[in-house]
Design a protein around this ligand. Sequence first.
Ligand SMILES: O=C1O[C@H](COP(=O)(O)O)[C@@H](O)[C@H](O)[C@H]1O
Length: 344
Amino acid sequence: MCYMHQIYIIVRYYSEKGQALQHISHCVFSAHPYLPEEACGCMCQYLCHHSFPASSEPYEGNCHAEVRQAAEMAASGEFKNKSELRVFESTDELATDLAEYISQLSENSVKESGCFTIALSGGSLISFMGKLCEAPYSKTVDWTKWYVFWADERAVAKNHVDSNYKLTKDAFLSKVSILSSHVFSINDHVTVEDAAGEYEFAIRQLVKIRTVGVSERNDCPRFDLILLGIGPDGHVASLFPHHPALELKEEWVTYITDSPKPPPERITFTLPVINSASNIAIVATGEEKAMAANLAIAGSNENSDSSSLPARMVQPTDGKLVWFLDSAAASALEVSNGGSKDAM
Ligand SMILES: O=C1O[C@H](COP(=O)(O)O)[C@@H](O)[C@H](O)[C@H]1O
């Protein structure tokens, strides 16, 4: 059976949340040409019987052994973290699903709290947000309720080609009607240290007045969504392998002056802030991200040194993590028993 590791993760998520099982087949199996149709059907039936016995027909089919095992692992709570993996044949399909995912979260947050707080990263991820600027989202999303932040920024002028703000403005912000007073970019006129301090102060004010929610577990801001990319070295935001910034517990926003990827000076959310978000999405495309994505996803339960791969340290305390991969970035995924997908 191919892609069992992915199935495990997705089954866990949906069975924990008790969401509609046909959604599994829609979201997951349609994106997995490798998985036989019958397996999808039998897994759904099996889960219906075991996870929702009161509301479903008894299971009667010939459940595929691996599918049954996956469902049992999910039902037994063997997987503790709430995460989901979505794999797409093309970046276009990924972008379509990402737009739908973001618009749904926006709608839910606006209903619940009257606003939607989103922290963006830079890099290739931004190009996949383009579908949000098109119909139907351009009209259906309540842009006036959006509050936009950056999970990381490079310490360069806002009109510099390396600026995450510029990237986002050109590709996204200039095409939708988000209020400029709701866009919290990082000060590019002060030192990187001061800019990080100012940014944390601004977020603290917004938490005080509850524009940004607060985590019930710690006093960290609870963004509705933090969107992250991942580097081939496994970095997320501007948190790089083995960097002391990975250890910070009290700070919300910090700065670095020695980024291995240029430019060297950067500002970044710390892990406590990232992990306190209600929703985190990590988007990875292209073969150069495949090893890092595999180590972060398949190795999330291993005891190896996590600081060697910051993406593995993204573990929401109370929220949900969704990985969006294209097939190239998913090409190195291993099954949970240690074999490769091709060997199954
Ligand atoms: O430097 C950065 O890199 C990562 C990954 O970028 P990508 O172009 O390889 O997708 C990005 O997520 C981060 O925000 C950015 O500052």
